[in-house]
Design a protein around this ligand. Structure first.
Ligand code: ADE
Length: 276
């Protein structure tokens, strides 16, 4: 994945990407990052990129031409094949709200271009010409698009094969099914008088899976009723099976949990590997 970021603050993007997992992936050339200073594409010797808005109103707007020239520099660098569509993501509170599904969609691209605005925004005419996706990271207004671009690059990067190692990627699965992750615990067994739930010490993987699914459901219901409703629509409760013998019941409860949320299986085996 090659990221290209058009910005007035390239150092913010570079610093944000040169940490931990993402830095390692760049060293391994799984990811690359190129920043493009919009100010370098201003003809005016004062290097001013912004101007007043037509029609009046507070605030300044970034002019179309420097953004367009920056975009041309990006396209020269990418040199896309004839007919190839390069996604240009404009970080704006007026966009579609970014989520995991969009991260997955963007992770399929070879090159991703981000455009970061400042001040009151960017002249609409250049947006019409170059932007393919208007994307917001949530319903609040930030001072610029750099933090949203970093958020999106982070979420996309961790989906690129090889960016996360096995232990790290084992931790990523639960959101995929639309539920929040269950609570997790590590040593010591008792902390501030709070004990790790008994069931997690039992070594009974079927029961652990079932407990985790219940916890995920409960947590999602409490904290994100919107996600819970969507999940329940896709996974309507199954009618209870009656009169099962104890052993058969245990085996089935394991299978049931795995059926409703198959990714829990991989979580359990990942934990065994890490000795949690
Ligand atoms: N720029 C300013 N606020 C933003 C937001 N919430 N999402 C994306 N870009 C932004």
């Amino acid at each position: 994945m090659h990221f290209h970021v058009m910005t007035l603050f390239p150092e913010l993007i570079e610093k944000g990407m040169h940490t931990g997992v993402l830095y390692r992936a760049m060293e391994q050339q799984i990811l690359s990052l190129e920043t493009y200073q919009i100010r370098d594409h201003v003809a005016d010797k004062h290097k001013r990129v912004d101007d007043y808005t037509y029609g009046g109103g507070a605030g300044m707007l970034i002019q179309a031409e420097p953004v367009y020239q920056t975009y041309r520099a990006v396209m020269e660098r990418i040199a896309p094949q004839e007919g190839a569509r390069i996604r240009v993501v404009y970080a704006t509170p007026q966009g579609r709200v970014f989520d995991q599904a969009m991260a997955e969609e963007l992770a399929k691209e070879e090159d991703l271009v981000f455009l970061c605005g400042h001040y009151e925004g960017i002249d609409e005419r250049v947006l019409e010409e170059i932007v393919t996706d208007h994307v917001s990271i949530g319903d609040y207004v930030l001072t610029g698009g750099e933090l949203p671009a970093l958020v999106m690059m982070d979420a996309v990067s961790r989906l690129i094969p090889g960016v996360l190692n096995n232990d790290e990627s084992a931790m990523t699965e639960s959101f995929n099914d639309g539920l929040l992750e269950y609570p997790q615990y590590t040593r010591p067994e008792e902390w501030h008088g709070k004990k790790v739930p008994e069931i997690l010490l039992s070594g009974h993987h079927g029961n652990v899976e079932k407990w985790r699914l219940e916890q995920s459901l409960e947590r999602t219901k409490q904290r994100r009723p919107d996600l819970y409703e969507a999940y329940m629509e896709l996974h309507p409760p199954q009618p209870e099976k009656k009169k099962r013998k104890k052993k058969k019941k245990q085996a089935e409860s394991c299978a049931d949990a795995a059926e409703v949320m198959p990714d829990l299986r991989s979580d359990v085996s990942a934990e065994q590997q890490t000795g949690e």
